[in-house]
Design a protein around this ligand. Structure first.
Ligand code: SF4
Ligand SMILES: [Zn+2]
Ligand SMILES: [Zn+2]
Length: 306
């Protein structure tokens, strides 16, 4: 990228420094290239964006809504999940609503309370589990179910290069390589009508780049982090990777790039473990009963016992 070098706002890991205008161009063309390189979008899509109201999902929605304005064959909807996390989700949902109103994007909000009868905060008072484990299971479950009901052809998420790098390392550390086979810019092992294909347009953008883009485009006004983050394994891996990146710039890119080379083999190896149907709810599942139903049963039993 040829930058005019007036007032650089960011230094890339390659050493290049970019001004606001040229960074914006660099970032948007990187996302377009990612979409082309990994064939994330077809010619016609009824596309959903999983919107949390945080910087990553607002950035992906901002870029895709620009694309949809110039390409009427790409229709755009946003889906937000209200887990019921006091003092956090209410604020980010406000931001999500605001963005969608201003940009004419239809927003569908679904909550744990309405769908499962309890907020995440209430679930965590009943069960002694890691917040992100149960939260992630219910979020993925609801996103897929609602995306199917809305007849979305794909669901874009705001996952960036840092998120992917953390997931790769976490799966290695937990000896859960099968979960890594489901990673990549196009999520999942096989294309199956039970799953709405999830795609990650920010796959090759670092957290630093996304934060900078969100900031200069008015998508980030205050730092807002879920109160459960410090308890998560992911937060430990994130800090470790940030420290490695600082000492050895390019660590995250190298980790993700080398993973991408092994990903086709992993997908091949675990292809046969693909998709079953949950005997209770008929949603897709890796086991006979899906994790969401397992947690719902545990919650029900704990409430009865108490
Ligand atoms: S950080 Fe964990 S608990 Fe908070 S929203 Fe994300 S997955 Fe849920
Ligand atoms: Zn410039
Ligand atoms: Zn189920």
């Amino acid at each position: 990228m040829n930058c005019c070098n007036s007032k650089p706002i960011i230094g890339l890991y390659s050493g290049e420094k970019l001004c606001k205008i040229h960074f914006n161009d660099y970032f948007e063309s990187k996302v377009s290239k990612t979409i082309r390189q990994f064939e994330l979008l077809g010619k016609e899509e009824n596309l959903g964006v999983a919107l949390s109201g945080g910087k990553d999902s607002l950035t992906v929605l901002h870029i895709l809504s620009k694309l949809s304005k110039t390409n009427p064959k790409i229709k755009l909807n946003a889906i937000a999940i209200d887990e019921g996390i006091h003092g956090y989700r209410d604020k980010t949902l406000e931001k999500a609503r605001d963005f969608c109103n201003k940009n004419n994007v239809e927003l569908h909000i679904f909550s744990y309370k309405e769908e499962f009868g309890l907020t995440l905060d209430e679930m965590l008072k009943i069960l002694d589990v890691k917040p992100c484990s149960i939260c992630g299971v219910f979020r993925r479950y609801l996103l897929n179910k609602k995306a199917k009901e809305l007849k979305l052809t794909k669901l874009a998420t705001g996952h960036n290069l840092d998120d992917e790098c953390q997931s790769i390392i976490m799966n290695q550390m937990k000896n859960n390589i099968q979960a890594s086979a489901r990673l990549g810019p196009k999520v999942g092992l096989v294309q199956d009508p039970k799953f709405v294909q999830r795609i990650k347009p920010l796959y090759l953008c670092t957290e630093k780049e996304v934060t900078t883009y969100a900031f200069i485009n008015g998508l980030l006004d205050s730092f807002n982090e879920c109160p459960n983050v410090p308890q998560s394994f992911r937060a430990q891996v994130r800090d470790m990777l940030n420290s490695m990146e600082q000492k050895f710039p390019g660590t995250k890119y190298s980790t993700v790039n080398s993973f991408l080379q092994t990903l086709p083999l992993l997908k091949q190896q675990f292809r046969s473990d693909a998709v079953k149907i949950c005997a209770k709810c008929s949603e897709p599942s890796a086991n006979d009963i899906c994790n969401a139903c397992v947690y719902l049963e545990k919650l029900k039993n704990s409430i009865i016992v108490k």
